[in-house]
Each structure stands twice: as C-alpha cells, then as structure tokens.
Design a protein around this ligand. Sequence first.
Ligand SMILES: *Cc1c(COP(=O)(O)O)cnc(C)c1O
Length: 392
Amino acid sequence: MANNPQVLEKPQAENVSAAPARRKTFPVDYSEISLFKDISPLEWEDWHWQVKNSIHTKEQLAQVIQLTPQEEEGIRRSRGRLAVSVTPYWATLMDTEDPQCPIRRQAVPLAEEFNIAPHEMVDPCAEDRDSPVPGLVHRYPDRVLLLATEQCAMYCRHCTRRRIVGEKEHKPFDLSKAVDYIKSNHKIRDVLISGGDPLMLEDDELEKIIQAIRGISHVEFLRIGSRVPVTLPQRITEKLVTMLKKYSPIWISLHFNHPREITKRVRQAMGMFADSGFPLGSQTVLLNGINDKPYIMRKLMHELLKVRVRPYYIYQCDPVKGTAHFRTPVAVGINIIEKMRGYTSGYAVPTYVVDAPGGGGKIPVGPNYLLSQDKGRYTLRNYKGKIYTYIE
Ligand SMILES: *Cc1c(COP(=O)(O)O)cnc(C)c1O
C-alpha cells in the first residue's frame, strides 16, 4: 500500500500525518517534557541554549518519547559521524507514542540504518571526486557548492552527506583555498553555501565567509542552504537577518519535509526572512512513510507558499549507505508530481529530481506530457489526460 502510486486522495484537514483513528500524543508545551521543565522562556528562545542542550543520548531521548527496541538499537549504534542530535525545539514536535511520527523518524535512528543495501554508497553523488579544493564541490559550469561546516542542529537520518556531517567538535574550516579557487575561476557566478549547516556558525564566522565571497566581482549572488530555520528557528535573530541583508542578494534554500514542520515558531522565522527581502526556496527529500503521499506533499507545498517559501526541488532519496528504509520507488515521486501539476498552483509544484549516482548532477524526472512528435506535429496530453495537438 505505502508505495502504491495509485493511492491518491485522502482528504484530511489537519494533522495530515495521523493514522485517522489514533489520537496523537504531543507535549502541549516544552515544560511538559521533564528535561526542560525548569527552563525559562528566555533560555528556550536562545539558540545557543538550544544547541548546548540538544539531545544526544538514549537516556535523554527516553525522557521525551517511548523508545522502541529498533530505536534503542539505532541510537546505541550511531556513534561518531551522524550521531544523534535533536534540538529541544524539535523534541517538542515528536509524537511521544507513535514511532511512525514523521518528525520522530527523521531524527531518531533505527536499527535499519545499519543494513547496507548492495548499491548504496558512501558518497553517492561523487562530491569528493568533483572537489578541486577542500570544502568546495564544483560540478556545474557556473556555480559551486561550498561546505562551510560539518555540523547541523539536528542530524537527519536520511542525510546524504553523512560521510562528513556530524563532527562533535566545531573547528572553523580554512576556506581560503576555496575562496581563491572561486576568485580565479571567472565562470562562477553563483555560490551555494551549505554544509553541514552554515547557520550553525556564529554570525561573525558566517559573515567572514559571505564577505570574502561577495567581494569577488564575478560572483553575482549567494545562496545559503540550511535546515536550521526548520529544526532550530530560534537561530533566526534580528542580528542575523540584519547581517545577511548587507550582502543581498542572498537566496535562502530551506529543507522542509513535512507539513508539521511549519509550526507557529517557524512561521515567525520565515516572516523575518521574507520581510527582509530574502527569496526563499525549499528542497524536500522524498521519504518512505513520511511524505510519500500526494496529499501530504500537496499540504506541505501549500503551507510553504503561505509562509512565502517557493517549493524548489523534491529529491529522490540518494542511495547513501544505511538509508534503504527511507527510499521509495521513483514512480512514487513521479505520481506525486502528476497529482499536483494542474490541480494546484504552479508555484506549489517543485521539480522532482534524481541526483545521478556517480556524480551526473540533478536530473529532472516527471510525468510525460509529450506523447509524440512528428514533422512539427506535437501530440500532448494535459493534466487530466486529454489529448491535444500543437502544430509548429
Ligand atoms: C545541487 C547542486 C548545485 C545547485 O544546483 P541548482 O540546480 O542550481 O540548484 C550546485 N552544485 C552542486 C554540487 C549541487 O549538488
């Protein structure tokens, strides 16, 4: 059932993740979680406090949710790279009883992470091969990806960069070689700062990087790729936004996977970005049992538009080691696009892509609307399946 592309509609107003009959069990307020009961609202709103008090152990997690044996084993075995890290904020969004909770499944490792499928790879998109200097991936002619840090606020269990992400100790990268490379390569007009998560850096550390890159005359604009506004919205402070604004244009690429991630607190953070003039986009990873239904994806995209975030990509989950339990057939992704295109705002429909294993880059895959073409006669179908002819 779960992966049957024919399963279409399941209209449901609220709480789309709910198995309809079950009552959800969320803490109403952070103070209901014993770990955080004595925390003042001021501390709670302090992103440094959130990072310092992020959850890393089984004992801490057991105070938030009722752990299953699969989760306990997953936590025990995930040490070193991509260890467990759950911000207190994210912890309040997890269903305490339901192990299928989409918020919980993205953050709490399962024993399945240690089943390696034969085609899975350490570096599926061959980023290391396309790295001319440390911290830089140069795959496309006019743009580069800069990996500014190895840390994130929350370690997503489906992480594609798990080979480098998850260092406990934060050591600032030496990005001078990367900056020199961009300087000497005049074709580079777009620099995507990601990681890890660049918003884990202190404002002044991030500003140094941005300043160095914005100072390169052929770089037309920057992008920041971050999931921190979703997992740690407290990080979006007036001070941060004011700093970033000085280096406009900066496009901000977020990573949202489920409508429940768009909380009141996240809406506030998105409002600060949007009011300051940053164009916002979202990248979503297609995840088995989390967002693999058209009605969930549609709800997610609608909620994003309401907070001024334009859905950009849906990614097929990369074949990185230990993520087989998150992957769906490609047909599931194609069907999701099929069920959105035409039925809802064009702005709500992202491009579904497979990041080609071996380093071919992002390849769009989607429903086929061009049925045939012969001497300037195009046979097309519309979203409802009706056939039309276009003569050139
Ligand atoms: C995704 C990606 C980019 C940016 O690609 P766009 O399609 O322009 O968003 C750039 N470099 C690398 C290595 C990437 O993986």
